[in-house]
Design a protein around this ligand. Sequence first.
Ligand code: DGJ
Length: 710
Amino acid sequence: MPQVLQPFYTLHSRLCSLVVDCRAQVPEILYWGARLATATDAAMLALLATRQEAQACMPKEAPIALSPELGAGFQGNAGIQVHRDGRQWATRTQIESAQQTGSSELVVISRCAATAIKVAHKLVLDYQSDVLAATTELTNTGDSRLWVEQCNAPTIPLPAHYDKILGFAGRWAMEFQRQPVDLFMGSYLRENRSGRTSHDAFPGVIVHPCDTSEASGPAYGLHLGWSGNHRVRVEQQFVGRAYAQMGELLFPGELCLGTNQSYCSPVLYAASTENGLSALSQCFHGYVAAHLTDERIVDRARPVHFNTWEATYFDLSEEKLHRLVDAAAQIGVERFVLDDGWFKNRRSERAGLGDWWVDKTLFAEGLAPLAEHLLAKGMEFGLWLEPEMVNPDSDLYRAHPDWVLHANPAPVLLARNQLVLDLSRPEVQDYLFQRVDTLLAEYPITYLKWDMNRTISQPGDYLGRAAGHRQTLALYQLMARIRSAHPRVEIESCASGGGRADFGILAYSDRIWVSDSNDALDRLRIQNGFSVFFPARLMGAHVGPRDCHATGRNLSMAMRAGVALFGHMGIEANLLTMDVAEKTELTAAVALHKQHRELIHQGDLVRLDSAHHENAFGVIARDRKTALFSYALLDSPRTSAPGRLRMRGLDADARYRIECIWPRQPWGYSRSILDVIDSAIITGDALENAGLQLPIMHPQSLLIFYISAV
Ligand code: DGJ
């Protein structure tokens, strides 16, 4: 039965409400924020939102609709930008129907007679996590081809008092760096053309008023779940309105829809809070746990890894690997991951990619002896692959030089001596599936580290068309096919570290390799940024060698292990050359991680606002009975004695025992508070409001406190 269109639709979650205004025949967010009182109705909000005609402006402003429209005179970035060979470009839709399901889901269907398109906006507000998942789907209802230049996920108007943008920038080995910017008149625009999520332009942004902190204040957090090219925009218009918009970035001519063909934008994941940035992260973490974590692993303790890369690089031998297996087992490792270098002719970065056969000169009997050895030691077997890539020096390339992406007639550009396979070709998909399938059938592999070590700088297919969009979809399709054929196998998403970390890839992967930097100091900053959207449970964090390969810095084992144990912990250092004292320390850290991993992986993360030379955070169990707090001193402090650690998130009235559990021998040349407070009982209220006086520490060291209710 056709539904009568309502002027307003209201969705509610645990702490939020979202009101969509349909009075102007286009859906527009009228309100999104703290849950509204029952006595508040949408008409009141509409009344409050009444705007006056300003001088030298259009008498009636074009709405910041879910897809703002060129045909309505919108002067920002239109949500949908299409044309038919240069004509029919002025979109002006009319709502055809709106269907609300319960208080969590709304689908609005609109049609545009001028451009002959149908648009479906879908908004789903998750009750428990308060995360909104939103998409825009476009269908060509005309009888000629429709060129699509942009089809952004739903546009989000910003509250007028939000004047700060927190973006995330970075580079290889320094991903997820916070980049705060004042909201300004004009567009804050981050564009990614790397063909993967990217190290430098993470598709996420936070917008908030200037006094919001980790602990308090309102904020919107927005993230696009897409592993390819994207555009993130926050724009303040001269009329005083501002909006945030995200979508896929399409190359010229990349997307053309035939009659009745559709395109759906990547999912926009967005959260709104009144309680600070840590609360915003808890929304995203809760959503990932409930909706983007595969049920196979949701209740499975994350096994401690040993990864061979920084232990061996390309200098592999069976004998060395067997000895590493023995050493890893002694330290408490639960999964052994054989990284790059195991396949045919792969003696360096220069050759082998594409030839996914075990190198018989290294492993005369294949990988079976290694697999048997590590299984006998109680470990799982993981294997590194980089399926999307090919070295020109490989049998695969010699047989199929036409299988690579390129931008003819420009010469192909090598990076790390490799080229990118055109995954949208079915024969490429079949070849890769068949190779991976065979390896997984032949060996007891339960984990794949799926790497991707160059950008897609020339994303053209064999027909000369831009293919970035299809390449990303084809990657998802290949991963899905492998997952469905081998449901027991977990997959890690890696792209030279954290170059492919987003909620899109989480549908096909179970862990993210966050960075190639295992430098614990840099890691604290990287993991801090990563934690804004992603939970610790899927954050690959490894203890690297004393001399960090990315920075050359030397850090103590206490520091390296103390940082890695707050993620999905692993080890990536040569255990055969590590001295006994370090190994003993590392063994203790692995045991500590195992003892507390349930808390680390299931608890609520609270980042503490800290000075530039410090990093502090806590993880608090849902029942508030236990918590871990980490305090790291990154640099020399300006004062002789440091300040206080004010722990948040505890139950104010509960009495807690405090224990400093890491490092095992904290440094100090005079009696410190650590001797005095050991096992002291203090209330949550005092720990938060008075805080714990910190002891004198060396720079580049950290302390971990375990707090338990008595
Ligand atoms: C880049 C990854 O991030 C590293 O961990 C390692 O797997 C290398 N590739 C291997 O080539």
